[in-house]
Design a protein around this ligand. Structure first.
Ligand code: PLP
Length: 376
């Protein structure tokens, strides 16, 4: 198998799985229980949270665990909209968001919030002047994805924050950092709220994080019992939390070295695929090397994807969550429906080998020639 779909999800790390198994076995108590086993489990959970907080230089109390990034985005966006609706009902997002953000904003629009979409330039970067002009006294929230899941375009969050806060110091800045954490270094102090998920960083599936600066208030959207966290009540999944803290530590170590290696693999694929007339490389100067997007002229991306699958090579068409549709991100950057109608995403990891990339290039060539009619 040649797995080139690391941005859809990652395999769980061996050490992470081991941590999960050991915690499940030895610390199965409920951290809300008052007896010794409960207290021991709670202490372990608290030290895992402390480790995550230290890595990101934030407070333990600023972390809320969720079941993934989608849930974290819901708690962040709906929670802030409901909390601050008396101040205003205006929200700004970019055209390079994950479908979960669009779905939440559609819901918020249906209950009376106004959503504005900030423009981006031809490199995919948020248009600062447009952002400035959109911010109003009643703008309660701006949400901008740190790294776009389809094209890898990375936004300068620090600069975006400065613009937002200069125009309206009370506007909250949220960023979906799902495709950034573990791939590139992030600074949570660039934003007021951030979300990410374990399954993109070699962590277990079913656990995500909402970071909320202590100055931000959120109206809970989930209600229940349990004292651990008001925003996500119930019994915390301690084995997932402890395994996540290991995944965060491992995936944020050696990040630059890994990025340089991935960059070489990315360049190798770009060099090989650029020679085909029917392939357009959707890479801008702000794309991180882990995510490589291409458009296919006259070949359906899904047909190509399934042809690669015959050789056990796995890639995505658009994002795993929106397959079959136009690529909204490619459309937002290049403003070309044909180019956005058939896109493949090849996503790389430090686990990808040069040999895998060579084989991918070889099979790509065979399939391309076959599907574009060059070889019967
Ligand atoms: N946000 C981004 C940018 C993503 O890439 C994804 C998954 O593809 C999600 C959110 C959803 O994450 P989860 O599957 O943990 O809900």
């Amino acid at each position: 198998m040649i797995y080139l779909d690391y941005s859809a999800t990652t395999p769980v790390g061996f050490e992470v799985l081991d941590t999960y198994n050991r915690t499940s076995k030895d610390f199965f108590g409920n951290p809300n229980s008052l007896h010794e086993l409960g207290v021991k489990t709670k202490n372990l959970m608290n030290s895992a949270t402390k480790q995550i907080a230290e890595i990101f230089n934030i407070l333990d109390s600023e972390i809320t665990y969720t079941n993934g990034a989608t849930e974290a985005n819901n708690i962040a966006l709906i929670g802030s909209a409901l909390e601050y609706h008396k101040k205003g009902k205006h929200i700004i997002i970019s055209k390079l968001e994950h479908p979960s953000i669009y779905a939440i904003c559609d819901y918020l629009e249906s209950i009376g919030f106004e959503i504005s979409y900030v423009k981006n330039d031809e490199e995919g970067l948020v248009d600062f002047d447009d952002l400035k002009s959109l911010i109003r006294p009643d703008t309660i929230l701006v949400s901008i994805c740190a790294v776009n899941s389809e094209t890898g375009v990375r936004q300068p969050l620090k600069m975006i924050r400065q613009i937002i806060k200069k125009e309206n110091s009370e506007t909250i800045f949220h960023s979906d950092m799902t495709q950034a954490v573990g791939k590139v270094s992030v600074n949570l102090h660039d934003v007021d709220m951030a979300t990410f998920t374990g399954h993109k960083i070699y962590g277990p599936k079913g656990i995500g994080v909402l970071y909320k600066n202590s100055s931000v208030r959120l109206m809970p959207i989930l209600y229940g019992s349990g004292k651990s966290n008001m925003l996500n009540p119930g019994t915390p999944p301690v084995p997932l939390i402890v395994a996540l803290s290991k995944a965060v530590r491992l995936s944020t170590t050696d990040i630059e070295k890994r990025e340089r290696f991935i960059e070489r693999l990315n360049n190798k694929i770009v060099d090989a695929l650029s020679k085909y007339e029917g392939v357009i490389i959707n890479k801008t100067k702000y794309s991180i090397p882990h995510i490589l997007n291409i458009s296919l002229r006259n070949i359906k991306a899904e047909t190509f994807l399934h042809a690669l699958e015959e050789y056990e090579i796995y890639v995505s068409s658009n994002t795993a969550c929106s397959s079959g549709n136009l690529s909204t991100s490619v459309l937002a950057i290049y403003n070309d429906k044909v180019r956005a109608s058939s896109t493949l995403r090849i996503s790389l990891s430090h686990l990808t080998t040069t040999d895998e990339v060579n084989k991918f290039i070889e099979y790509f060539d065979q399939i391309y020639k076959k599907l574009s009619g060059l070889h019967g």
